[in-house]
Structure formats: C-alpha cells, structure tokens
Design a protein around this ligand. Sequence first.
Ligand code: C2E
Ligand code: CA
Ligand code: CA
Ligand code: CA
Length: 280
Amino acid sequence: KRAKESGRSEVYQPAAFTIARAQFAMETELRHAVEEKRLRLHYQPICDLASGRITKFEALARWRTQDGREISPTEFIPVAEESGLIVPLGRWAIEEAASTLAGWDRAAGGNSGVRMAVNLSAIQLQRDTVVDVIERTLTAAGLTGDRFTLELTESVMVSDPDRIADTMLALKGLGATLALDDFGTGYSNLAYLQKLPIDILKIDRSFVTGMLADRDKLAIVRAILGLAQALGMRTTAEGVETIELGQTLGALGCNYGQGYVYARPLDAAAAWSMLAERNA
Ligand code: C2E
Ligand code: CA
Ligand code: CA
Ligand code: CA
C-alpha cells in the first residue's frame, strides 16, 4: 500500500520491469557508443593445423563503457540485434576490420598473407545493402574480396532461405569466403548445407572443449569433420585450449584451429606482432 502511495519504484519493482529497464539503459548507452565509434575490435588468430601458420584473424567487437566497465559481446550483441543497432555496429566492424587489414598490408610492404574474418548477424544479411557495403569498403581500403571471410550462423536460415542464398552468392561473387559459425548448436535442418555456398564449417567450442575425455563429443566432432569432407567444405575448430587438442584435431583432418592455446583475441598492434613473428 505504501508503494502505491509514494509511487517510488524502489519500493515495489517487478523483476521483469527491472530487466526491461536495464536492457533499455544498455541499448541507449550502446547507441551512443556506436554513434561515437567508441567500440573497438580485437583480433584472434586462426591457424592452419598442419603448418601452424596463421591464415586468418577473426575480428571480435569489444565495448568499454564510459564508466570503465568492459561488457561482453555475448551481452551487447543480442541487445544490438533486438534494437537494430547491429546494422550500424556491423557496418563499423566491416570498415574497421578492412582498415586494420589494409594497415597490415602496408606494414608488410604488400599482401600480409592473412585474411580477415568478420561476423555477420542474420539481421545484417537480410538487408540487401550488405553486399554493397562490403564491396565499397573493400574497394576503398584497396583490398580484394578474397581477403575477407564472413562468418554467419545457422540462424540466417530461419528467414527466407532463397533470398539469403542469393545474398550469399553475391558475397561469393566478391571473392569472399563464407564460414558457418557455431556449427551444430543451431537449427537441426541439414538440408540448407547443400543449398548454401558455404566454404567452411566452424565446429562450436561446446563440442571441442573436453572432447578428449568425452566419447560423445569426440563422436560429434568426427561426424562433423566427415560431413564437411563429404560436402567439400573445410573446417575450423573453435575453443582449442591445449596443444594436444590441436594435434588431435589436425590428425582427424580438421583444417584450422582457433583458441586460447594460440592466442586470445588481441588488439591490432599485438595481433600484427604475433603475425610478423609466427609467419616470418
Ligand atoms: P563467436 O563468433 O563464436 O566468437 C568466438 C568466441 O569464442 C569469442 O568470444 C572468443 O573470444 C571466444 N574464444 C576463442 N577461443 C576460445 C577458447 O579457446 N576458449 C574459450 N573459452 N573461448 C574462446 P567473444 O569475443 O566474447 O565473442 C562472443 C560472441 O559475440 C562471438 O562468438 C560472436 O557471436 C559475437 N560477436 C563478437 N563480435 C561481433 C561482431 O562484430 N558482430 C557480430 N554480429 N557478432 C559479434
Ligand atoms: Ca564467429
Ligand atoms: Ca563461433
Ligand atoms: Ca561459438
């Protein structure tokens, strides 16, 4: 009764309301951060398991709020997707990743020999402008399309599969490589694998972590590797945290590995140093 009289939210506050308000506060803060280009990208190497060379870096968004809190992309990317902010955020990530790669090429005095992988959300892919944005960004940075990999998740398939297939073909037309991210965690309809021009399957970390001690996980990883081979796709294992895991995955025929055993996501300068050292 007191709550009603004072109307003070601290006195009576349903949990759902609190959560909605926190979401909205994060959305507002994120909008400003995107507008003012206060997000950063970190870059995590992806290594060829046979040669140990770095073939690619995955660009991962980082956000430190103005009061100094580091917020995980697992928190702010869903907020960006629900609010539509993923479109300007994603566009910024494409431009920033291209500019970093062009910088590495200049520092190498030519082609630095690595590619850049950028995450594309299903919402971005549904916009027909995404192909244009990528094409114009690459041209402006002086990069050819084959230097970019686009990582998509299985959630792209929930919307119009034919249209998505067209957009993916247009991205392939630029010369880009397409990777299916978090494979095995999403929608279980495998029919789309035949229909879509996917080059690489990324095996989700949840199957890789602990696969040496868990026969079921190992069986799933083997099955995904077999499926990819049969369909002529290459494979990247996520979450490679030990040398032994990398060796086993390589022996099983997995092409690439990504994980803390090689490096955590690094800022551009540290990623460049690692590249110069490892691939020298
Ligand atoms: P993801 O695309 O699956 O990226 C890999 C995540 O696994 C990254 O988390 C990376 O830091 C983490 N990781 C890499 N190696 C290891 C390992 O050995 N062990 C463990 N435990 N984790 C490892 P991060 O950076 O927190 O990103 C989380 C997710 O946020 C990404 O998952 C991706 O879905 C999304 N994301 C990040 N940046 C962007 C972006 O620019 N655009 C979009 N659409 N999504 C993004
Ligand atoms: Ca990814
Ligand atoms: Ca992934
Ligand atoms: Ca994952």
